[in-house]
Design a binder for this molecule. Structure first.
Ligand SMILES: [Zn+2]
Length: 328
């Protein structure tokens, strides 16, 4: 058994069992909750009192360290069973929700996972959003997460929500088929407070902030950063729009989400009091409320008023039903 040649440093932790008792057939990716460098990672896991380790650590600059040799079991996932069969990887991440990893870490993580698979005869990575499938390795599932074995948020929602993407990128490397030439695409900013545009990925200076809903053309990618002509933006806040060729689909997807909701609210407003109901329906709706047929929404707590909560189309349907009944 060998270690990854991608590792630049080897500082073995005392927190391990030697050798592991199971063949390597799984990978478990963790977030270390801090933008730590490789030296900090080594000294953190070298402390016996820490009582924890990992096979590999990836620093914020993308460098990789070996903390426990692959032939040994690390103390990482709160499960001996898992750690005996898994290669565990701790990634430098933000110390706050959703514990994002940067583009350097992402790139190294993909390379490292592909290297682990190649050397250990793992044909491809299989992710499942079903906990039962993960912990029982059903359907060849071989990516597990710390939160399945302990009351922890590890690997953080940033990584957790991208494990399918991670598997896809690793498998693309394993299949040896080049990803093909990059095709520019359009995407819409999905960030309530706007999205910073930087001179370079990760730590470039902020040039400007794009407001929520802005449509950008991404012409280049580097990890989870995209170049939009003026600078670089984080792709986690970009919602991809259908390919420019399919104009109808493109219009639809731009309309999607927030824009659509805004428009919908304009054409189909919600009436929260009886006085907001248009005059041509007012008497009918008032009658239905007085008879208790329309009860409103919300309320429940003492003294809290109940909202009518009827949309324009709800009112139309209610009045129509009332008039049909009156006719028959
Ligand atoms: Zn963890």
């Amino acid at each position: 058994m060998s270690n990854s040649a991608l590792s630049c440093k080897r500082v073995i932790s005392p927190n391990r069992n030697s050798p592991r008792n199971h063949k390597i057939d799984t990978i478990t990716i963790h977030c270390v909750v801090g933008q730590m460098g490789v030296d900090a990672l080594c000294s953190e896991f070298s402390r016996e009192s820490k009582g924890a380790s990992c096979n590999y650590g990836i620093g914020y600059d993308g460098r990789i360290v070996t903390v426990v040799d692959e032939e040994d079991r690390s103390w990482c996932t709160s499960s001996g069973e898992n750690d005996n069969r898994a290669i565990t990887i701790e990634c430098a991440s933000d110390a706050f929700y959703p514990y994002a990893i940067n583009a350097n870490v992402w790139k190294s993580l993909i390379e490292l996972c592909a290297d682990i698979c190649r050397r250990n005869g793992i044909p491809k990575l299989v992710w499942s959003t079903d906990k039962n499938a993960r912990v029982n390795h059903k359907n060849a599932c071989n990516l597990t997460v710390h939160r399945d074995y302990a009351n922890k948020s590890c690997p953080g929602d940033y990584i957790y929500n991208r494990l399918g993407q991670i598997a896809k990128e690793v498998n693309q490397k394993l299949s040896g088929v080049p990803a093909g030439p990059f095709k520019p695409y359009q995407g819409q900013v999905n960030a309530d407070n706007g999205l910073n545009c930087r001179t370079a990925p990760v730590s470039g200076n902020v040039i400007k902030t794009f407001s929520d809903g802005t449509v950008l053309t991404i012409t280049k990618e580097d990890g989870n950063w995209g170049c939009c002509g003026q600078g670089w933006v984080r792709l986690d806040y970009i919602t991809k729009i259908a390919s420019a060729k399919d104009l109808a689909a493109k219009e639809d997807s731009i309309m999607d989400g927030k824009t659509f909701k805004k428009m919908y609210d304009e054409i189909n407003p919600t009436y929260n009091t009886i006085d907001e109901v248009p005059s041509y329906w007012w008497a009918d709706i008032k009658e239905l409320v007085d008879k208790g047929i329309i009860g409103g929404v919300g309320g429940g707590r003492v003294g809290e008023p109940t909202r009518l909560g009827l949309t324009h189309s709800d009112c139309k349907a209610a009045v129509l039903a009332k008039r049909i009944r009156e006719k028959l």
